[in-house]
Write a protein that binds this ligand. Structure first.
Ligand SMILES: NC(=O)c1ccc[n+]([C@@H]2O[C@H](COP(=O)([O-])OP(=O)(O)OC[C@H]3O[C@@H](n4cnc5c(N)ncnc54)[C@H](O)[C@@H]3O)[C@@H](O)[C@H]2O)c1
Length: 403
């Protein structure tokens, strides 16, 4: 099959197995060059492990600390004329590379919000690892959650709170800049967004892992958040998603208390805005990211997911010193994004952006390139005119049905 990108709005409905393999291989290479953690984690559970920050966390654990990993994600294998999802190919590639390196890697494909997937994961940890998980990464980004106890379906929204929000936005593929107005979220929509992207499911995971007695002494758990500049506050930090992130951050404190008997700790790391499947869906944010990339590249401060997570492991989580946090207890990996020399330039340029100057004033080209790479396209060294078999197996899932 010849596989080309098919972009619909902010998603690409195809993915390329060879390109995804290459993307994973490049991230492994970065880790090998920058991270060596003899005192790092040994048995790592990553929930949301197949793309973006979760995949980077899995790669950093395995190839930077020689850790065994179990990855949980919700991805689709190829079917008929449909390619698999990028996260499926990434996970197939990751497991192959881990196997070649003699590293244990198994995956669970299913709904992380469900009791069933939690039980299945714990069963695997008991069977293969005899417990002793020493790092739990929670990196799920989802628009929807079915509550495991009530069956209620929650949908998250990307809306401001209190009043409508009007801003510039860009269609990243065409470069058309326009103005959009987003109506405020209702209280019900805010509550639902908190149910999906807040900390309740993270806490349910830790409760289940604690109850099963599979966590090691000194266990760490981490989830990822975002704050960003005042420019995006109405849609992000002060919007419905920001309420969910505030809930996630508060959950870390609850979890640290629950982990006291194991001398464990829970953290939230505030990461940099980056092109991922999740961030592409947020109005206004892709335009901000295009400008951010341009300025951070000019200052030689640009990082991708893998560089961010390498810095997280090396300089924060496993630095052999108390973990550096801000006055609110948060790890700040967005420190470079938030530097005044970066944000001052963004504030100065933002009002001048238009369809005429967008390609020169921002790194829209770099945004598009990164977006294509998420799905295994635009990778150097891959011949996209060649036929390729879309039916790639994730080795550890080959005999397992999807949950
Ligand atoms: N991208 C950014 O700019 C950015 C910045 C800071 C923080 N974050 C945060 O990082 C976290 C991860 O986001 P990302 O951008 O890497 O997202 P992503 O879309 O790349 O990854 C999401 C992951 O969640 C998994 N997933 C989704 N629904 C699931 C379900 N029901 N069951 C199991 N797995 C499921 C997917 O399979 C995938 O592995 C989020 O909390 C996000 O808010 C992202």
């Amino acid at each position: 099959m010849n596989i080309q990108p098919k972009i619909r709005g902010f998603i690409c409905t195809t993915a390329h197995p060879t390109g995804c393999m290459q993307h994973v291989a490049e991230q492994i290479q970065t880790v090998k060059q920058t991270l060596s953690l003899p005192n790092g984690p040994k048995k790592v559970l990553i929930i949301g492990a197949s793309t973006g920050y979760g995949l980077a966390s899995r790669i950093a654990s395995a190839f930077g600390a020689n850790a065994k990993t179990i990855g949980v994600f919700f991805e689709k294998p190829a079917e008929g004329k449909r390619t698999a999802s990028a996260g499926w190919y990434n996970s197939a590639a990751f497991e192959r590379k881990a196997m070649e390196a003699g590293l244990y890697a198994k995956s669970i494909n299913g709904d992380a919000f469900s009791d069933n997937v939690k039980a299945k994961t714990i069963q695997l940890i008991e069977q293969d690892w005899d417990g002793e998980v020493d790092l739990v990464v929670y990196s799920v980004a989802s628009p929807r959650r079915v509550h495991p106890k009530t069956g209620e379906v929650y949908n998250s929204v990307l809306k401001p709170i209190g009043q409508p929000y009007t801003s510039k936005t860009v269609d990243v593929m065409t470069g058309v800049v326009s103005e959009i107005t987003l109506e405020p979220a209702s209280q019900l929509e805010i509550d639902h967004t908190i149910k999906v992207m807040g900390g309740e499911d993270w806490e349910m995971w830790l409760d289940a892992l604690l109850k099963a007695n599979v966590l090691a002494k000194g266990v760490k758990t981490i989830a990822y958040s975002y704050i960003g500049p005042s420019l995006t506050y109405p849609i992000y930090r002060e919007g419905a998603i920001g309420q969910a992130k505030a809930h996630l951050e508060a959950t870390a404190k609850t979890l640290t208390q629950k982990l006291q008997s194991l001398q464990g700790e829970a953290f939230v790391s505030v990461n940099k805005a980056l092109v991922t499947q999740a961030s592409a869906a947020i109005p206004v944010v892709p335009l901000y990211i295009s400008l951010l990339y341009k300025i951070m590249k000019e200052h030689h401060l640009h990082e991708g997911c893998i560089e961010q997570i390498c810095r997280l492991f090396k300089e924060r989580l496993y630095a052999n010193t108390p973990v550096i946090v801000d006055e609110n207890g948060l790890i700040r990996l967005d420190d470079w994004e938030m530097k005044s020399e970066i944000q001052d330039k963004i504030s100065a340029i933002w009002p001048t952006l238009s369809a005429e100057n967008i390609e020169t004033m921002t790194d829209l080209k770099g945004y598009r390139h990164e977006f294509h790479r998420l799905f295994g396209f635009d990778m150097s060294g891959v011949n996209y005119s060649e036929e390729v078999d879309p039916n790639e197996n994730v080795p550890s899932l080959a005999l397992e049905p999807c949950l």
